[in-house]
Design a protein around this ligand. Structure first.
Ligand code: ADE
Length: 224
């Protein structure tokens, strides 16, 4: 997979993409991530990338021209399966969307800023608008990092124990059951006996039961 990120703040991605599973996935060639600074495509002598809204009111709007130049340059180089715009008024990201996107070849993610982008960018270039939740971030960069992370860890080869992504919360529509490790007793706090029983069938049944109970308690909406 290849992910192209279009942003005014490429350095915001250095942390999230240079550690742990996401770093390893890049080292293994499972994913290539390319960050592009929209400002580099401004034709303005002051490298301006925003302007006042025609409608007036507070806040700047990201201009169409530099974004258009960059998107068209990338589209001329390869076909994109989705061109995603990060915005609080988009569809809320969930595990199903992450699963579907993890099967794609080339993705582009445009990070919104200020009061957002000129609507014509959304109308003519964007195929999918994603929010990461009902709250407003300073910009779309953190959202793009979250979306990329959720997708990349699902690509075969990204996680060494490939079954582990399948047992995540949400993957089967349920929250994940509680987990324990050694020691079996700490300060008198015991691991449930069944997990020490060695009876794989009973352990599986216990995990399913726990996952169901946890979901019923915490996220009954998922069971509907
Ligand atoms: N930009 C600002 N807030 C956002 C959110 N919640 N999701 C996606 N992009 C955003």
């Amino acid at each position: 997979m290849r992910i192209d990120i279009l942003t005014l703040f490429p350095e915001m991605f250095q942390g999230p993409f240079s550690e742990s599973i996401i770093k390893r996935a890049q080292d293994k060639g499972v994913v290539e991530i390319h960050c592009h600074n929209i400002r580099d495509y401004s034709t303005n002598k002051h490298k301006k990338v925003d302007d006042y809204a025609f409608s007036g009111g507070a806040g700047m709007v990201m201009s169409i021209e530099p974004i258009s130049i960059l998107i068209e340059k990338l589209k001329a180089e390869r076909d994109y399966d989705e061109i995603i715009y990060t915005t609080p008024d988009g569809q809320t990201l969930n595990q199903g969307i992450a699963n579907r996107l993890s099967l794609k070849g080339n993705l582009m993610i445009l990070c919104g800023h200020y009061k957002g982008v000129d609507q014509r960018v959304r109308d003519h270039y964007i195929s999918m608008e994603l929010s990461i939740g009902d709250y407003v971030l300073t910009g779309g960069e953190l959202a793009a990092a979250v979306i990329s992370d959720a997708i990349i860890r699902l690509i075969p080869g990204a996680i060494s124990d490939e079954t582990s992504a399948l047992t995540d919360s949400f993957q089967d529509g349920l929250l994940a059951p509680p987990v324990y490790t050694r020691p079996a007793e700490f300060k008198g706090w015991k691991v449930p006996d069944i997990l020490l029983s060695g009876d794989d069938k009973k352990v599986e049944a216990w995990k399913e039961q726990q996952a169901y109970e946890r979901t019923k308690q915490r996220r009954p909406d998922l069971l509907k």
